[in-house]
Design a protein. Structure first.
Length: 235
């Protein structure tokens, strides 16, 4: 497996940051049982542009670009509606808290690059990385611009609640720490409820991965998926 999948490390352990700040995590309810029903196809895609995430309480970490992946974007692009909702999440956080985005829209070529690197390891079980798919009706989540990988930040420091981004172990599952009281579990709960309150859904296998308007979002919410494959404007 490529070492790039674990580089660069731009987060710090959540307990370390909270202890230094003398703060506790705002209380949040336990995570519910997470489901991932079969994903419906995209039947009537919405014509909505990709926009750059630009909000004073949201940092764009550009993990893949900094790690040297050939097809990585600069900045963070999301569908306009998704970027707006993400801004609302940030605006609703208490003072000193913010969001830090690892990845948003992911070009098909980058998805292929990441998938092939990850599954060069024959022991990696299926499901950790979405199989690349640029079909108009069954696009992979990040290709739609409706999927965002992120964490909470405190005083501008991105937090690592139990694992880093793109951790390929079962500890990355969103509910993996539900029976382990502590800051890491509380951060995951806080992030989950802040995102869900604005209409996002989570991929159960990754505490950092949220979606809106995608096929998974449609399956979980019972609504029609909004987004087919997105593309960067040539204008």
């Amino acid at each position: 497996m490529s070492p790039h999948l674990h580089e660069p490390r731009l987060t710090r352990p959540a307990s370390e940051v909270l202890d230094a700040a003398g703060l506790t995590v705002p209380p949040a309810s336990p995570l519910p049982e997470l489901v991932d029903p079969p994903h419906p196809p995209v039947a009537n895609p919405v014509d909505e542009p990709l926009v750059a995430v630009d909000h004073h309480r949201i940092a764009c970490l550009e993990n893949y670009r900094l790690a040297g992946w050939e097809h990585a974007n600069q900045g963070c692009l999301l569908r306009a509606r998704v970027a707006d909702l993400l801004g609302r999440v940030a605006d609703g956080l208490p003072d000193r808290w913010g969001l830090a985005v690892f990845d948003g829209f992911r070009p098909f070529a980058l998805q292929v690059e990441l998938y092939e690197a990850a599954y060069a390891d024959p022991d990696l079980p299926p499901g950790f990385f979405a199989e690349p798919d640029n079909n108009l009706t069954t696009p992979s989540p990040h290709l739609t611009g409706g999927s965002v990988d992120l964490t909470l930040s405190l005083d501008g420091i991105p937090l690592e609640p139990g694992t880093g981004f793109d951790d390929l172990t079962s500890k990355a599952h969103a509910t993996a720490l539900e029976t382990e009281p502590g800051v890491d579990r509380d951060i995951r709960r806080f992030l989950y409820h802040a995102m869900v309150a604005q209409g996002f859904v989570i991929f159960a296998g990754e505490w950092w991965h949220f979606e809106y308007g995608t096929r998974r979002w449609g399956a979980i919410t019972g609504q029609s998926p909004c987004y087919g494959p997105a593309a960067v404007s040539e204008d």
